[in-house]
Design a protein around this ligand. Structure first.
Ligand code: IMP
Length: 440
């Protein structure tokens, strides 16, 4: 049985918390896309752990966590995270028995990071439409090399001769860009090659054919938890292109990013959504309230701690967008919602929720395919009464009627049940309304 956890909005919905919760009942936890652009803040027993690359299942001592072929790996960040988890007492000397990295996963090397940062810095003035507001971690340039067949995969680090050939070819083109487009110094082959060889030696115990481990688990009918990063609206194919990340963030990415086949067994897809919406970086955002009600945006940001776990950037804030959520449900085949951060809206008298859009004078019910269209959209919102009392400490039976009505509205609009409700950052502030069958 498989269970996929995906972000249903523009990321930062709280996937890490849900993966952490589900992990105790899964056999394998697998990240399938993205890299250290993600940031999962987990609070367990009042202690905060921030993860960027390693799956959130790592906090469960006996679980095996895998980084699939669809992930892009910055080895320097990976080792930093492993060290951090060792210091926190989460990992011991057996780190390489707990985490495995696919030999097919592509590497983020220093020149990818440099390119990402240079491009973003250039996108100002007349070129400001080119600014994506990336995390600057080299994600786009690494995926770009993968598609261009110029990438270096993790397994290449273990074959010095082959690695030298691959690295020379990659640098030949990169250096034209660095020198002639950006006016920077070329990247020298030798020090980078040495760095890669060293990283290969250190990474070796972690590297394996992750797909085989997944296949073994599948044959034994084990529960495989597939952990997504970012969110559906940042998907390279289905998101608000070009203001997206460079990977397949939807549930389809769980297949290509691990080597799992489409027809195997039953899969449940849990879509994670906040009770409102946030977005980091540039790009259209129909229900944004930053301009219409900056004080409220500020309040939600403060109460919800809406600052990026990776970059510390301020997140843009908006109302819940049901048009976008239904789109996301369709793209992902969502079977149940996890509704996060409802506690943040406590005390707001009247809430708004987008149920339709107006585009160029016409009412539409679907999420438009182009970012240009989406930026012209005016959301048609429904006003609903908020819940005045804090939700923390209340059991579902004690929830205020207005909050229950909010949940029903999401279920009725999307025709998908809310299976989990989170009312605070701690593990204990999570209410499982209906346990996904893969985890029973
Ligand atoms: P990149 O993934 O660093 O290339 O950034 C591309 C876009 O995705 C930017 O708008 C980022 O802010 C956004 N993004 C990337 N990762 C995350 C995430 O984990 N949460 C929210 N937004 C993200």
């Amino acid at each position: 049985m498989n269970i996929v956890v995906v972000g249903a909005q523009w990321g930062d919905e709280g996937k890490g918390k849900v993966v952490d919760l589900f992990s105790s009942r899964a056999d394998l936890i697998v990240r399938f896309q993205g890299g250290n652009n993600a940031g999962h803040t987990l609070v367990v027993n009042g202690k905060k752990t921030v993860l960027h690359l390693i799956p959130s299942g790592i906090l469960h001592a006996e679980k095996l966590c895998l980084l699939g072929n669809g992930v892009v790996i910055d080895p320097l960040v990976f080792f930093e995270e492993v060290e951090g988890l060792k210091k926190a007492g989460v990992l011991g000397e057996n780190a390489s028995e707990r985490i495995k990295i696919s030999d097919r996963a592509h590497l983020i090397l220093p020149y990818h990071r440099q390119l990402d940062v240079l491009r973003e810095a250039r996108a100002s003035g007349e070129k400001s439409h080119e600014k994506i507001g990336t995390t600057g971690r080299g994600i786009g340039p690494a995926y770009e090399d993968k598609a261009a067949r110029r990438g270096i995969v993790v397994g290449d680090l273990l074959d010095p001769e082959w690695l030298a050939k691959r690295l020379r070819s990659a640098l030949e083109e990169k250096n034209v860009l660095f020198q002639h487009h950006f006016g920077e110094k070329p990247v020298e082959f030798e020090p980078l090659y040495q760095l890669c060889l060293d990283l290969g030696k250190k990474l070796n115990p972690f590297i394996t054919d992750v797909r085989l481990l997944i296949e073994e688990a599948r044959r034994k009918n084990e529960t495989i938890l597939l952990e997504g990063a970012q969110g559906a609206l940042l998907d390279i194919d289905h998101g608000t292109y070009p203001y997206v990340t460079s990977s397949s963030t939807c549930s389809g990415g769980a297949l290509t990013g691990t080597g799992l086949g489409l027809g195997h067994g039953k899969t449940e897809v849990i879509g994670i959504t906040k009770a409102y919406t946030t977005r980091v970086g540039t790009g259209p955002f129909p229900t944004e309230i930053e301009n219409t009600n900056p004080a409220l945006a500020q309040q939600i940001r403060k109460v919800g701690a809406e600052f990026g776990a990776t970059t510390g950037r301020m997140r843009r804030v908006g109302w819940l967008d049901l048009v976008a959520l239904r789109y996301s449900a369709e793209l992902n085949g969502v079977t149940g919602w996890a509704l996060m951060k409802s506690d943040v809206l406590s005390g707001i008298e009247e809430l708004e929720v987008a149920t339709e859009y107006e585009l160029d004078g016409k009412r539409i019910q679907h999420f438009p395919p182009s970012a240009a269209q989406l930026s012209r959209v005016r959301p048609i919102t429904r006003k609903v009464r908020g819940w005045q009392e804090p939700l923390d400490g209340l059991s579902p039976e004690q929830w205020p009627e207005t909050f229950r009505a909010y949940i029903r509205m999401i279920e009725e609009f999307t025709q998908i049940p809310v299976v989990l409700v989170s009312t605070g950052p701690g593990r204990e502030q999570t209410h499982e309304i209906r346990v996904p069958s893969a985890l029973r």
